[in-house]
Design a protein around this ligand. Sequence first.
Ligand SMILES: [Zn+2]
Ligand SMILES: [Zn+2]
Length: 359
Amino acid sequence: MEWKNPIKNKIAQVSEPCQIHFISEDIHQLGDGEILLAIQASLICGSDLHIYKGLHPAVDLPVTIGHEFTGKVIAVGNGVTRCKTGDLVTVEPVITCGVCSACRRGEYGYCKEISYTYRQGHGALARYFVAKEEKVYVLPPGISAEKAALAEPLAVAVHAVKRAQVCLGDRVVIAGAGAIGIMIAMVCKKIGAKCVVISDVSESRLNMARELGADIAVNASNGNIEDEIERLSSGEGFDKAFECVGKEATFVQLMSCLKMNGLLTDVGIFEKPLIRLDASLIVKKELRIQGAQGYCWDFEAALQLLQELPFEKLITHRFPLHEVRQAMKTALDPDSRAIKVCLIPDWDQGTGGMENDSF
Ligand SMILES: [Zn+2]
Ligand SMILES: [Zn+2]
C-alpha cells in the first residue's frame, strides 16, 4: 500500500531527566515485511520511569519511549502474510542481529547486539508504529487492546518464572508488588506453587497482589520482615525468590529467606547496582543466584495466559496520549496507587498538532 503524502507521527521522547515532549516524524513507505500500526493502547513500564528520571543504567538520553502496546494494522508492505488490515496485534519490541552465535542458536535474548525498538527512535508512546512482521503477534479473540498491551511485561514475568523452573508445590517469595512482581505471583500460582508470598511498602499494591492471587502479602515497612517471611515458610525457607524492586535491602532479605540450595532470580533494575551482601551465606546455604532479563520465545505463553487470568486489573489509570506528562507523574506518584498507566492515542483538540490522521 502506498500513500501520497507522508503520514505524520508523533512520538514521546525523554530529552533530559524529567522532560518529556513529542517529536514529529514522517512515516516512509513500507518496506518488504513491514506493517504500519495505529497504536490503540500503550502502557508505561517501570523501565520508562527509570529512563524518565535519567537513571536507567543502559539507556542514554534523549530517547523515545514506549514498548508495551497494541496496534491495529492499517497497512502492510510486500510479502506480509501473517496479518492483514484491521487485525489487532501486539509487538515484541526487541531488535536482534540474527547472525551472532546466540541468534543462530535461537537464543536471541543473548544477542550481542540486542536492542529495543524504542531505543532506536521507534517508541510506542506514539500515534503510529512500523513493525517487522516477524515481531508481530495477532491477538487471540476476546482480548481487549488494553489488556493485550500487557503481553510484553507478562512475557518478562513468564521468562523469569521459566528460568526459575518454578514447580508444583514450590514455596515462592517475591519482593516488589509492581506489575512484574504481581504477574510473577499470578503465574506461579497458576502453575501450582504451594505458597506465594509477596512484599512491598505500598498497601494498595499489596491489596492488588492479594486480589490477584498471592497467598500472603506482607508490608515491608512493618519492622522485621525476614522473621515474618521465615515464619510464613513454616521455618523451612523458600524454594524460589524473585527480586522485582532493584534494591540492596530486598536482595539481601531474599537471600536470607531462601532455604538451602534455594534459587534467587533477579528481575529488578538497580539504579544503584553496587550492593553489599553476605557472600558467606551463598556458600553456607549453597544459594543459587541468577538474573532474568526480557524474554526469548515467551510471547506465545504470555498471550495464552492473558486469556486465562484477569491481568487487566493491573491497569489502574488511563490518559489520552497528549497528557503523557500527567501520566508519567501519576505513574511515579506513590499516592496515586498506580500500577499500570495506559495511554490511548487521541486525535482531537489539544493534541499539539496530532490532528491530521488521514492519508
Ligand atoms: Zn516494559
Ligand atoms: Zn544476534
